[in-house]
Write a protein that binds this ligand. Structure first.
Ligand code: PXG
Length: 290
């Protein structure tokens, strides 16, 4: 397995970062999670744009142009002969000293891992997930904006632990003032009376690439859509609930906090969007040959 590491493709066994890297010491860095489907990288430019936006937000200058980053990602896929896979570009502040000061880190560390994707079991897509509301609230936007995909994922990890303790795979995270934000690694949508809705990202959610793709598909399919602030009551009372993310794609939710959503079965709008999303991921993307 080959890892892209500061401009070179090296063996996995040799791909180590320094204990003085501020990515490790402070979670000071940014990352992306990207997917390739049968030789097509899905929404690669959108992921790269988000990586650079996240970096800008923490005043981290990525030492590659966007085109160089794109080439590095594709080269890493090719080096590992992956036609399908999950790609994880990571940019940290780099090696510094034991103080927080980012000025002590002259050179950002850039790594790209391309690996097989581990998927949720098939039954979860056909039967739907049970999830809970996390005790852990989403980071306050004016403290650490969830729109920044930073290496500091402890807020999400804590909510994931809430989910695991409750025997579920995912958890809904609320904003500090009790609005639905998103899940630990997925955005959330509801369907009510044929209308699709998701929370606006400025309340404290990642601007998911899958979320954007689903909104685009809803427009094409003439499904009414709006961004809406919602409370847990809106989720409990929805006709359908589903989550979106690069790893999960579109996954139906049928139980929330032990309450059944509608009939407790995945609904027709979710099914329609899932079929359209599948089609999109197999036809639209940056093509490469392995
Ligand atoms: N919200 C959060 C907090 C995320 O981390 C999404 C939404 C969905 O965004 P995309 O762009 O993927 O549609 C994410 C991204 C994992 C894992 O191992 C998942 C994500 C990130 C890192 C790891 O499941 N999801």
């Amino acid at each position: 397995m080959k890892i892209y590491f500061n401009g070179k493709l090296i063996d996995r066994e040799k791909a180590y970062v320094s204990v003085f890297d501020h990515g490790l010491l402070y979670g000071d860095g940014v990352f992306e999670g990207i997917r390739a489907y049968d030789g097509l990288v899905f929404r690669l430019n959108e992921h790269i744009d988000r990586l650079y936006r996240s970096a800008d937000a923490i005043e981290l200058k990525i030492p590659l142009t966007k085109k160089e980053m794109q080439d590095a990602i594709v080269d890493t896929l090719k080096a590992n002969k992956l036609r399908d896979g999950y790609i994880r570009p990571i940019v940290t502040r780099g090696v510094g000293d034991l103080g927080l000061d980012p000025r002590k880190c002259p050179k950002p560390t850039v790594c790209i891992i391309a690996h097989n994707i581990t998927l949720y079991p098939k039954e979860m897509y056909s039967n739907g997930l049970a999830i809970i509301t996390a005790k852990t609230r989403r980071n306050y936007t004016q403290a650490l904006d969830p729109r920044i995909k930073s290496l500091n994922y402890l807020n999400n990890v804590l909510a994931k632990i809430d989910a695991i303790k409750a025997g579920t795979e995912e958890a809904i995270m609320l904003t500090h003032d009790g609005y639905v934000a998103e899940c630990t690694g997925d955005n959330i949508f509801i369907v009510k009376n044929g209308e699709l809705a998701t929370p606006p990202v400025d309340i404290g959610a990642l601007e998911g690439i899958t979320r954007d793709a689903v909104i685009g598909l809803a427009k094409n399919l003439k499904i009414r859509f709006s961004e809406k602030r919602m409370k847990m009551e809106d989720v409990y009372g929805a006709d359908e609930v589903f989550l979106t993310g690069t790893a999960a794609e579109i996954i139906p939710v049928v139980v929330v906090d032990k309450k059944k959503i509608d009939g407790g079965k995945p609904g027709p709008v979710t099914a329609k969007l899932t079929a359209a999303f599948r089609e999109l991921t197999r036809s639209d993307g940056v093509k490469y040959e392995v």
